[in-house]
Structures are given as structure tokens and as C-alpha cells.
Design a protein around this ligand. Structure first.
Ligand code: ZN
Length: 269
């Protein structure tokens, strides 16, 4: 039986009119109304082991001003762990200080000019601490993230991981995402020397929806290696955020790691 066009049109209009009669709310405003904003204030948090001087405090505030009103996405999904660790918090540096720290740590990089939303953009030009970042395009990230790569490499090398697949890094169009600021990496595979093939997050990571990510037992060696690496990166405070496929469907095929200058909270799921 054919549906008459007039009835079909009416059926389509009813929900449209109902939506039109309430105040339009963006998706992000709706999330904020339920879960709050990312920060309550742009005042510096306790960060690092020594008192924060006025210049560092101003830098923290200027970072926080960029992100404070973002939705607090982490409260949307269950079983996340968010720990405060002021001693492990990274105080943002000046670009010159940060680049000098990359030099001192032996990070292979080239400075890059004029990258949207980035303060001290760098291109990673070789393996960091024996770990190769494999990507289909240049890995251009904020210096503050690059400076955490040697610590990441140390964690991965301890599990014989020598290559990682970068699914994405800087995404200038990403809304309310640390990718937009060059502070995040998405990793979709890792290669350890003791296995012939790469470990893929999509198929080799065992999701454990009922259990905290770092307390779950995994069946296969590859999944144990993947979750072990992720949890070490969180426990050692290499990144402020470690998201695994346990977090949500959007992360079913990758780890998301990010660095949040001045933020003393460390999240894993
Ligand atoms: Zn990501």
C-alpha cells in the first residue's frame, strides 16, 4: 500500500514543529547542562612540586581559558577513573623553554610555522626513544605533547613495543577536543618485537565493560600487552588522558592519549 504524500508530510512535520517550539539547544549546551563544563574556573590548580610563580600561573590561565567552557565529556560514560596528582602535573612552559626541553631529551623534531591553534608546533621527524610513530601524514603536534613522548617511549619499550600507528594527531576542525590544539594522539595499532604482526586496537583489545580498565584480566597476550601499556601510561602520568576502546563506540578502534597543561587530573577508561 502506498503512503499518501499528505499524510507522510504531516507525519514528518509533527516532530519538526515540536522541536521548533522549544528553545534551540546545541548538543554541547545540552551536555553541559547535564554534565557540567570541563573546568569550574580558569584559576590555576595546584600543579607541580613547587609553588607556581606569577608567569607560570598566567600561562596556565591562558591554557584554561581555551578549554574551561568545554563540556565535561568524561562524565557521560561510566567506569572512568579520574585521579588528582598535583606532583605529576605539567606546568606549561614558554615555547622557548619547551623547545629547549625537546632538544635536551633528544626528541627528533622540526619547528613548524603557523599551525592553527598551536603555540609551539613541531613536526616529529624520527623515532623517539626507540619508538617509531607511523603515520600517513606528518605528525605535527604542540611542543607540550612532544615533550611527553620520551616518557611514552620508555613505557612502551618496557613492553617491547617499538612502533605505533598514529590514526590522527592535530585536527584543526575538531570541536572541543584536545586534538584541535595538537595535544592529543590517536593510536590504532602497536607493534611489539616478540610478535610477528601488529596488535590492532579494533580486534585485539578485549573490552571489559563491567570492570575498571586497569583492574580487568585479559585473555590474550596481545590484549594484556595493550591494556598494560595503556595503564602504565596512566599510572606513570605520561598523559592526562588515556582512553581505550572501553570508553565509548567512538574509541572502539584506538587509544586516545592527551596532555593537558596545568591540569592535575589524570583520567583512564
Ligand atoms: Zn583522540
Amino acid at each position: 500500500m502506498k503512503t499518501r504524500p499528505a499524510i507522510l508530510l504531516a507525519a514528518l512535520l509533527v516532530p519538526a514543529l515540536a522541536i521548533g517550539s522549544i528553545k534551540p539547544v546545541t548538543m554541547f549546551e545540552k551536555i553541559i547542562s547535564v554534565h557540567g563544563t570541563y573546568l569550574e574556573s580558569t584559576e590555576p590548580m595546584q600543579c607541580g612540586t613547587s609553588p607556581i610563580g606569577p608567569e607560570a600561573a598566567a600561562r596556565i590561565t591562558s591554557w584554561f581559558e581555551r578549554v574551561a567552557v568545554w563540556p565535561n565529556f568524561r562524565h557521560m560514560y561510566p567506569m572512568g577513573t579520574w585521579e588528582i596528582d598535583a606532583a605529576a602535573c605539567s606546568v606549561p612552559r614558554t615555547p622557548a623553554q619547551c623547545l629547549a626541553d625537546l632538544d635536551a631529551a633528544g626528541v627528533p623534531y622540526e619547528p613548524v610555522d603557523h599551525v592553527k591553534n598551536l603555540i609551539a608546533p613541531v613536526k616529529i621527524t624520527g623515532p623517539v626513544g626507540g619508538v617509531l610513530l607511523v603515520a600517513s601524514k606528518d605528525v605535527i603536534i604542540e611542543c607540550e605533547l612532544a615533550s611527553h613522548l620520551p616518557a611514552m617511549a620508555a613505557v612502551l619499550k618496557a613492553r617491547e613495543i617499538t612502533q605505533i600507528g598514529i590514526l590522527s594527531s592535530h585536527r584543526p576542525q575538531a570541536e572541543c577536543s584536545f586534538h584541535a590544539m595538537g595535544l592529543a594522539l590517536d593510536v590504532n595499532w602497536m607493534k611489539a618485537t616478540h610478535w610477528q604482526r601488529a596488535m590492532w586496537l579494533k580486534s585485539d583489545f578485549e573490552k571489559t565493560p563491567e570492570l575498571l580498565t586497569c583492574e580487568a584480566k585479559h585473555e590474550t597476550g596481545m590484549s594484556r600487552t595493550l591494556v598494560g601499556a595503556a595503564c602504565d601510561l596512566w599510572k606513570k602520568r605520561v598523559f592526562n588522558t588515556v582512553i581505550t576502546p572501553n570508553y565509548n563506540e567512538g574509541h572502539a578502534n584506538h587509544f586516545h592519549f592527551d596532555v593537558r597543561p596545568g591540569d592535575n587530573r589524570f583520567f583512564v577508561r
